[in-house]
Each structure stands twice: as C-alpha cells, then as structure tokens.
Design a protein around this ligand. Structure first.
Ligand code: HEM
Ligand SMILES: [Cu+2]
Length: 544
C-alpha cells in the first residue's frame, strides 16, 4: 500500500529554524541541526564547482581531437574535478550533513558531545575549501587527485603546496567530526538505548568515524611530507634526493582506500534506514549489518596495494593483496543480501527515497562486482589506468554514495525543514538521475575494456561513439541533479507543512516535531524497544 506524506497538523511554534534569524544566529550557532544546514550549503557549492569541471571534461571528450583545451588545461580540469568531488563533497556529504543532523536525535541527545568543536569543524572545512579554490583560480594542479610522485615532486610547477595544504586543513574537520560522533555515540545515548537498539545509520556513522580518525592523519602526514620535500628538498619521495616515489603510493592508498569506505559506508547506513521504512518490515539480519560495517572498517585498511599491482611489487605481495581485496566483497554482500531479504514479502511503497535506495543497491552491486574483477591480478594488469577503473569507481561513488546521499536527503527533508517537496517531480528526477547515470558510465566500462586509457583528452576515432554516449548521459544526469535543487529551494518557501511523522515510520527522529525544537526533544526519550519495530503484515502503521 502506498504511503503518502501527510499534510496535516499545524507547524510547531518554536523550532530550531525560527530560534533566531540574523546572520549571526547562523554563523555562531552551536546547534548541530543548524551546522548540518551550513554544511549542506558548503558542500552544494563545492559540488557545483566539481560538477562544472565534469561538464568541461565531457565536452572535451565529445570529439577525438583535443580541440577544446590544451593538454595542460585538461590535466588541471580532471585533477580539480577529483579533488573537489572527493575531499570537499563526498567525504563530508552524508556524515557532515545528515550525520550532524541525525546522530544526536537518533541517540536521543540534545546535541553532539562537543557543540563548539562542531562549529569549528565547519569553519576549518571552509578554510580548506577556500585554500583549494584559491589554488584553482591561480592555475590549479595537474597531478591528478592522487598527487602521485614524481608528478607532484620533480615535475610539478603547479600549486601542489596550496592544494595539499587545503586538503590537509579540511582533514582536521573530518577528524574532529569523527571524534564528536564517537564520543556522542558512546556517552550520550538515551536511557534504554543499548548498542543493539541503535539504528543501523548510527552503526554506519560509528564505523565511518573510526576510519576517519585512524586514516585521515596518515594522509595529513603524507601531504606534509610532500610539502616538506618541495620546500626543503629533503629526500622522501624524490629518487634523485634519495627518496622513494613508490612510498608515496603506499602512504596515499593506505588512507585513500579506507577513504572510499568513508564515502560508501554512510550511504549504506542511509539505505539500511530507508529499506525497512518503505518495506514496512523489520530489517533482516540487524546484527549482521551492524557487524559488517565494522568488518568493512577493519578490512578497508588491509587492501590498499590493489591500487599498485602494476607499480612494481613482488608477485607474492600482489597475490596476498589480491586475496584480501576479494574478502572485502563478503561484508558488502552481507548487506546487499540483507536488504534484499528485507524487501522480500515486504509491503513496498515506491516513494522517492525508496527509488534512490533501490538505485543504490543495484549500482553499488555493479561497482562492487567490478571491484572484485579488478582485485583479480590478471584482469587488473590489463585494465589498470583505463576507463574501466573510472567506470568502477563512479558506479560506487556516484551510483552508490550520491544516490545514498540524495535518498537520505529526500527521506529526512521533511524533518530537516518541516516542509514537503513535490512527490511527482522528485520521483521523475530520481529516474532521470538513474538513467543519466547509466548512460554516462556504462559505456566507460566498454571503453576501458577496449583499451581507452584514463586522463587523456585525445583518443582514436573508433572510441567516439561511446564517448558521445557518455557525454550525452552526463547532460541527462546534470539535468537530473538540477531538478531537486529547484524543488528543494521551492519547498522551503512554498512547500506544505510536514507532520511529525509524514512517512508513518518508526525511529526516534520521527517522534519529535518537524522541524525539531532546538533541544530536539521536549523530554529525554526512554527507549524500550529495538529499531524497525513494524507491525505484522496486514496492519499498516502511520498516516495514509
Ligand atoms: C568490493 C569492493 C571493492 C573492490 C574489491 C575494489 C577494488 C578496486 C581495485 C583493485 C582498484 C584498482 C584498480 C586499478 O587502478 O588498477 C580499485 C580502484 C578504485 N576503487 Fe575500488 N574496489 C571496491 C570497492 C570500492 C568502493 C566502495 C569505492 C568507493 C566508495 C571504490 C573506489 C575506487 C576508486 C576511487 C578507485 C580508483 C582510484 C584511482 O586510481 O583514481 N572501490 N578498486
Ligand atoms: Cu582500493
């Protein structure tokens, strides 16, 4: 039976959005909900910049000749695209926006453990972003988002230092947010809220925070070493100074493989909320999903060298990393099976968040399975550094992580803003995004398999048809992303009021007003049941 958001009930008199209107009430706020909105604005801005670069890249690749940009400019474009999207959009996206908003509410607390630190994290994040944009405006960087040496040491005359420092600074914001979440989840749970009564989104945030806290310092140190080498000519990565360029790759991927889980785990957490909500069923295998999040966090630190199979390492080391990488598929598959089992015989309603969650499950599975293909040494040797890799990680990061982010945003938007958005347009845009995404990235699997290398802007004419498809798909995808931007902004002013629990679902966040009061709850809630306690088949909860 379809569940429609109810438009009933008067809006609450006092809530966090009307507790102050001046610019100061926002810029000096320590309310986690307002900080979530500040992050939403920042990352949307950074996403727009990264997106603009993507548009330019796809325009260049519509023809085999390098006729739009010089090679040098092209290098800078894909580098800044990757840096903006990964460090300034994807990594903060779900944790900093949805996590900030939801972690305290879902654990029944008034705020995060360290509210002022939370505000500081937002300032640090923007400082890092502005530093990076400064570098971009002054000529950019051409090393690729991975800063591989010797591009970033001996051969770079672009803004490696400024960009590296920008990412270094932003890293502190991640670490502080991670610490804030860990302490909050440990110390501030409402009475009765035991670990195994926590929503799976909280488990995902917890696992993500562990990776952030353990991994980010490694990246920070690596970037500092790079800067130190460039400034003081200490031999660390530069072979002519006695350094080792491969060391950079090890250090970089020791952070950056776990970082891919910083991007995907939160989206998995969102999907674990949406699936039971719109299947009206208790989630299947709660503990397995919770533990698989922790399992992914641990395993993610053991596989980094699969990015270096052809960089020069012993065949034995490669075999071990190959096997370990395949192990990662196990906890990932546990989640996919459990979501599917939850859907089975559920009373599924096709609301917008559910469309995104289903999109996530399909596309993440394709990304994950191609990951297993890449983890097999023999295949990777052939497709390494081709468009196959680009397709693999975009299936996970755009098809997976961004779908999860948008699904979450659509699920909790009525709670965040107290407003409803148009159901029709939101479902249309979810489908436009799904189609646009596949038309953009599926051809890239084929291109890579046929041998088109990544990071070139001139290619043989026989690859043009697939490239034109990809550019056309990117146009559809771009339109798909613009539609929610328009109706979300529209809904804030004109959207009908959302009731406390417009989807008729269970969860602490749905027991407070929409939008919630500054202190989240009138009284501290006391929890007596586990999450996802839906009525038995036949009875339908909530407002229809
Ligand atoms: C089942 C799990 C996965 C496996 C076994 C896997 C395996 C691999 C392998 C072997 C590569 C290296 C290919 C090469 O460069 O030759 C790779 C690249 C990559 N993967 Fe995955 N992957 C998995 C999941 C993910 C996830 C969850 C994400 C992101 C959220 C991700 C993001 C990336 C990125 C960004 C790259 C390329 C980085 C670059 O060179 O620029 N992967 N993956
Ligand atoms: Cu990896």
């Amino acid at each position: 039976m379809a569940v429609r958001p109810a438009e009933t009930g008067p809006p609450p008199k006092d809530h966090y959005l009307n507790s102050g209107y001046g610019i100061k009430s926002w810029l000096l706020t320590t309310d986690h909900k307002r900080i979530a909105i500040l992050y939403l604005i920042s990352i949307t801005f950074f996403f727009a910049i990264g997106g603009l670069m993507a548009v330019l890249i796809r325009m260049e690749l519509a023809t085999p000749e390098g006729d739009l940009f010089q090679s040098d400019t092209y290098n800078r474009l894909f580098t800044m695209h990757g840096i903006m999207m990964i460090f300034f959009f994807l990594i903060p996206s779900i944790p900093a926006v949805l996590g900030n908003f939801l972690v305290p509410i879902m654990v029944g607390a008034r705020d995060l453990a360290f509210p002022r630190l939370n505000l500081m994290s937002w300032y640090i994040f923007n400082l890092g972003g502005l530093f990076t944009i400064w570098a971009l405006l002054h000529g950019g960087v051409d090393t690729g988002w991975t800063f591989y040496t010797p591009y970033s040491t001996r051969y770079a005359n672009t803004h490696v230092i400024a960009t590296g420092l920008g990412i270094f600074i932003a890293g502190f914001s991640s670490i502080l947010t991670g610490l804030n979440f860990v302490v909050t989840i440990h110390r501030m749970r409402a009475p009765g809220l035991t670990w195994f009564r926590l929503p799976l989104f909280i488990w995902a945030m917890y696992a993500t925070s562990l990776i952030i806290i353990l991994g980010t310092p490694v990246l920070a140190v690596t970037l500092l070493l790079l800067v130190a080498e460039r400034l003081f000519r200490i031999g660390i990565f530069d072979a002519s100074l006695g350094g080792d360029p491969l060391l950079f790759q090890h250090l970089f991927w020791f952070y950056s493989h776990p970082a891919v889980y910083i991007m995907i785990l939160p989206a998995m957490g969102v999907v674990s909320e949406i699936v039971p909500a719109f299947a009206r069923k208790k989630i299947f295998g709660y503990r397995f999903i919770a533990y698989s999040s922790l399992g992914l966090a641990v395993l993610s630190f053991l596989v980094w060298a699969h990015h270096m199979f052809v960089a020069g390492m012993s065949i034995y080391a490669a075999a071990v990393f190959s096997a370990l990488s395949m192990l990662v598929a196990v906890p990932s598959a546990v989640k996919v099976f459990n979501w599917t089992a939850t859907l089975y015989q559920g009373s599924v309603s096709w609301e917008t968040p559910m469309l995104y969650a289903l999109g996530f499950i399909g596309l993440f599975t394709m990304g994950g399975l191609t990951g297993v293909m890449l983890a097999s040494l023999g295949i990777d040797v052939h497709v390494h550094d081709t468009y196959f890799i680009i397709a693999h990680f975009h299936y996970i990061m755009v098809g997976g992580a961004i779908m999860g982010y948008l699904g979450g945003l659509h699920y909790w938007w009525p709670k965040i803003t107290g407003k409803l958005y148009p159901r029709f347009w939101s479902r249309i845009s979810a489908m436009v995004i799904f189609i646009g995404f596949n038309v953009t990235f599926f051809p890239q699997f084929i291109l890579g398999y046929l041998g088109m290398p990544r990071r070139y802007h001139v290619y043989p004419p026989e690859f043009q048809v697939l490239n034109v498809m990809s550019s056309a798909g990117a146009t559809i995808l771009g339109v798909g992303y613009l539609i929610p931007l328009i109706y979300f902004i529209w809904s804030m002013r004109y959207g009908p009021h959302a009731s406390e629990n417009p989807w008729g679902v269970v969860g602490l966040e749905w027991e407070t007003t929409s939008p919630p009061p500054t202190d989240n709850f009138e009284e501290t809630p006391v929890v007596t049941t586990g999450p996802y306690e839906y009525p038995q088949a036949g009875e339908v909860a909530g407002v229809l």
